[in-house]
Write a protein that binds this ligand. Sequence first.
Ligand SMILES: [Mn+2]
Length: 338
Amino acid sequence: MIELKDSDIVVFRSLIEGAKSIALVSHTNADGDAMGSLLGTRRVVEAHSKAKITMMLPSPRPKVFAYLPGYDDILEDSENHDECCKALMVADLIIAVDLNNASRVDNLGQALVESKAHKVLIDHHHSPDSELFHVLFSIPEFSSACELTYWLFARMYGEDAIDRDTARCLYSGICTDTGFFAYSCESPSVYEAAGRLVARDIDPAGIHDEISNCFSIARMRFYGFALSERLVIMDDVKAAYFFFSLDDQRKFGVEPQDMEGLVNYTLMMKEIEVGVLMREEPTRVKLSFRAKGDFDVSTFANKLFGGGGHTKAAGATSSMGFEETREFVEQKLREALA
Ligand SMILES: [Mn+2]
């Protein structure tokens, strides 16, 4: 079992119990782990504190997670920027989940940095900003922020602090960050946490349906187009990538979250070890990286664009043009894999 520090737990507990106003925040383009750890943490904290609690996200909530309890209570910075900033500034405790530094909260970064609140981090990414956060539960060995959240609160308040709705939140995030126990799940602790959450009478098959069997027809058609027209399999190195212009996205009426998961298709080919998805936005290009075998995409994404994430799954933003980004990535893949 990966150790959590008793001294940190004591401090966190007293911060929760003493706070009058608590802000909870997770990363931009929230995934299941961000949503699950945000909503799960809110439920546990709420039960142990009299504070006013505000949950917020830098970008719109992904609709696929609307089944999670508390979904409607999350403020979106894009809609409520002033309210979000105010909640951060007046908070005496800020809890950030599933992120490692202020750049991950986009336009909320300044308020997160400037707020005088005590700042606690619950996360599993590398290189957390230890200047920004006062208490860090930052353990990359955990599969997900949700798994860490589970062990942390079970230790802090006892197993019964995790009720059924909280268990649904945390289980969902463990599933999405491990691709339903396909990767980032080398430690027995992830199965033990999942087992204890399932014991709270959640419906694992129902959660799988909510997350995986939820395609719109437009999204499925787009996948067909992507695989036939927008997948480049590099012939000299073990890499493949998808590329989507703004026009492609408009034509099929798909949103960024509809492309979530598509990058994993690259690794379904036996020969391919590194996969990339490039998606044009009005003023930048977003990139997702995936790898199997020994290749470290977090380092790769960082070297190319200052991105980051995990060794097998990472992201980045390019400020070059779309075509220029594509050529640059191809060239760097060739160099790295030759
Ligand atoms: Mn995560």
